[in-house]
Design a protein around this ligand. Sequence first.
Ligand code: BTN
Length: 242
Amino acid sequence: MLCLPKASSTNDVALHLAVQGASEGTVVTADEQIKGRGRYGRRWVSTHGKSLAFSIILRPKLHADELPEITLAASVALAKAFESYRLKPLIKWPNDVLLKGGKVCGILTETGPKKDKMPSVILGIGINLNQQSWDFPKELRKTATSFYRSSGRKVEPVEFFRRVLLCLEETYHWVAERRFSKVLFEWRKRAATLGHQVKVAQAGRVFYGQAIDVDEKGALWVRNDTGIVEKVVSGDVEMLPL
Ligand code: BTN
């Protein structure tokens, strides 16, 4: 485990180490990220001492089209960590963990160079723990939350981190042992998206519909407004108010 006071992005550091041959399971954390990034080039803001930002080097024996399994498994692990504090998280497809409707974690999975001898996957995770609303940038205050904001309780970051790592180990093994059905079963139990009206932005196109299921590869099935079922493999899904 590499604990840094500051990093541009823990995903970048982990990727660099992975290319140099670091072993599976290596964890990189940073108290502060200068250029924390989220999905779709968005930025990810961590708050010093009040949040967790870390990346794990994985070397799964999976095909490229099976990699989303890792992200779904990670979202289940994060949900389980919150549940160990008796909170009730939900998961918005594919991997946003929500507490009382607000986003409390983000997961960014990136792949290392394909020509690498031992191809790697970097699992980057940001978790909001003890932030107050003013700790978030103004534009995020409505959508983001923290453990503290949604429960009124402060949490010890190192203890939370310990629990998350244990849960990640458990759910990653389900994927590595080809038991993705177990991940799906646990994911569906916590699904915030299924049954919801959604707006999907995928490959430069936007459509609306109802999220009806997640298939055995983790893709979201959406019945669009013309009644056709579309498969969303990667994309941005917004849940619309009921
Ligand atoms: C998202 O929801 O858009 C994903 C956010 C992922 C943030 C984490 S924080 C640790 C790791 N390093 C980064 O730069 N990003 C991920």
